[in-house]
Design a binder for this molecule. Sequence first.
Ligand code: PHE
Length: 340
Amino acid sequence: MEKEKIIIIKSRFLAEIGNSRNEKELYDIKVKFVGRNGELTKILKNLKNLSAVERKEIGPLANQARQEIEGIYENRKKELGSQVDWEKEKIDVTLPGEKISRGSLHPITLVYREIEKIFSSMGFEVVEGPELETDWYNFTALNFPLDHPARDMQDTFWIKSPKEKMVLRTHTSPVQVRYMEKRKPPFRIIVPGRVYRNEATDAAHEHTLHQFEALVVGDDINVGHFKYIAKEFFSAFFGKQINIRLRPSFFPFTEPSFEFDISCTVCGGKKCPSCKNSGWLEIGGAGMVNQNVFVSAGYPRNKYQGFAWGFGIERLAMMKYKIDDIRWFESGDLRFIKQF
Ligand code: PHE
């Protein structure tokens, strides 16, 4: 009697467990057979009421059945665990997808590219130099006297270095001498790059900014060439006719030196609030290369003539895109950058 029951219990267990689809169902089946009031448990509990002979036969059979059931349960549990739950994995292909946001170029990068495109079309070479610069290239070779205020700690980031005095370059002009040491005139180059100044920042001043230098050297390069190239460049850059105005100024590395302005990009020179009713916008510095700079680069004195200019790319970008605060550029604020 008991023996048959055990065989039937085992086969029913096997059948039911084969149909179980998840761990919960599986567990319920196990409880039904070997739980506290399970069918097999009842037989085990009843052993004490059997005769000694029967007990000897049924006892081991029942215990073995119990072990088998536990074993089968564990195996099936593993099997179910490794199965894909199709209910959970179901994909609704009609749902709207997740949007992947598109990156965009920083306005400084855009202006860089525009500048390089225009100057390449005029036969200029694009040259770069190091941002960590020696005192020699940043100042001395460019004819800065030892006591020049730009060399002051208040204006410039000096870097402790074991050998030479080093600075975070304050302008792109050091690349003038670096380039001329390697090349003989005639040549025309532009030098875009990042520069650093120890500034108290405000809407018009940043500690980290970008400049681009132009340097054209030959036997008879003169101020007329400079004006022409500047006019061509700014007209191409702003997509309208631009005029150039020079005002006398001073830089140690140019002689004579100028500040130069362009006709207002908003009113075209007719005077408006953008140009503070002057008709002109200040752009940057320029001049004829000082002969002392040629000598620093190893050229003979008074053999060549050239012009150089340098100015801030941020300022150009601010004019082109009508940006009101220079601090946006280095802010890392995506709301700003995504507009370009
Ligand atoms: N390097 C100068 C500056 O940063 C600009 C300049 C460049 C002036 C070339 C004249 C010639 O202010």
